[in-house]
Design a protein around this ligand. Structure first.
Ligand code: NAP
Length: 292
């Protein structure tokens, strides 16, 4: 049976464009967000609204979550007005947030007890890729339920790959974001080193962009460095959270230890800025040198 009715929980930087995408391709979408102000954009685009997670369940066949972390996931499933307080038999929950494999396994178990299904389906890519339906989606779930949901996920991403059972999507995502931490800190350190030796930042970035190391991350974050603009596309607090999760999952390799420490130290002052604001932490006496 073709899925038509979608529930969407979490209208942050990623949730808004992703839910919008599903509305654009014709799904009936009901949205919920903890703070009400963010609902307006989607309701004026044609979404129905729910006052709580539990109220969103009856009219939704598949319910997506795109929220911050483990704690948000737990509250949405098990809180006073949480999803699992509704009759959920046959419902499919797809958690696209970056969370721990452990919380996914726990929620999947609770869903199974109520004859419903849980998939972890975190994403790689940021706001731009979400707007363009070009995310990379990694899924942990039973195979049969994956095939039911894949056509929906394919509307949001350019690649949807099942990597294993529940929690496997989360593990893959933590591996990718560990690499993202290396890239961000590595790019920042390369720029700082070049600046210290009189190289124009734009020149260095042009060289990197035309070398084997050029990639979309270096391009977008290089532009942010040159503009000295660290408005968050991917907030630094989220990569700090992801590196912490990876650490809890046993990531203790040499580089991982370094980036975990760097981002934890930066989180209290730069957490609300973009991940690339790590350059300010690494080079605090020369904040504006990025524009040189
Ligand atoms: P965000 O802009 O900070 O939005 C977070 C969302 O979670 C908001 O809707 C927020 O509600 C909700 N939330 C937080 N705590 C909650 C709670 N206790 N109960 C209910 N709702 C809660 O985050 P984002 O950038 O969209 O990222 C969402 C997830 O995707 C994160 O796990 C992040 O690591 C991951 N991710 C982000 C990017 C990116 O580039 N931004 C890329 C890939 C993956 P309020 O509006 O009420 O605060």
């Amino acid at each position: 049976m073709k899925i038509k009715n979608i529930g969407w929980i979490g209208l942050g930087k990623m949730g808004i464009p992703m839910a919008q995408k599903l509305i654009n391709v014709g799904y009936a979408v009901t949205v919920y967000n903890r703070s009400k102000a963010k609902i307006e954009a989607l309701s004026s685009a044609g979404a129905s609204t729910a006052e709580s997670p539990v109220q969103l369940v009856p009219q939704s066949e598949v319910i997506f979550l795109m929220v911050s972390d483990d704690q948000a996931t737990r509250e949405i499933f098990t809180g006073e007005t949480g999803l699992l307080n509704a009759p959920v038999s046959g419902k499919i929950f797809v958690n696209m947030s970056t969370v721990s494999p452990g919380i996914s396994q726990e929620m999947a178990r609770m869903c199974r007890e109520k004859q419903s299904f849980y998939l972890d389906a975190p994403v790689s890519g940021s706001v731009k890729q979400a707007e363009e339906g070009q995310l990379v989606i990694m899924v942990g779930s039973e195979e049969a339920i994956f095939h039911q949901v894949k056509p929906l996920l394919d509307q949001l991403g350019k690649l949807t790959l099942r990597v294993g059972e529940t929690g496997a999507g989360n593990s893959a995502k933590l591996a990718i974001n560990t690499l993202l931490g290396f890239y961000a800190q590595g790019l920042a350190e390369a720029v700082i080193f070049a600046q210290q030796h009189g190289i124009q930042t734009q020149d260095l970035l042009t060289l990197i962009g035309n070398s084997a190391l050029g990639n979309i991350f270096t391009k977008i974050k290089g532009e942010a460095i040159v503009a000295n603009n660290f408005q968050p596309a991917f907030a630094l607090k989220h990569i700090a959270k992801d590196l912490r999760l990876a650490q809890q999952e046993g990531s203790h390799t040499p580089l991982a230890e370094v980036v975990q420490n760097t981002f934890q130290q930066a989180e209290s002052t730069l957490g609300e800025e973009d991940v690339m604001a790590i350059i300010k932490h690494l080079n605090p006496i020369n904040e504006s040198a990025a524009t040189n």
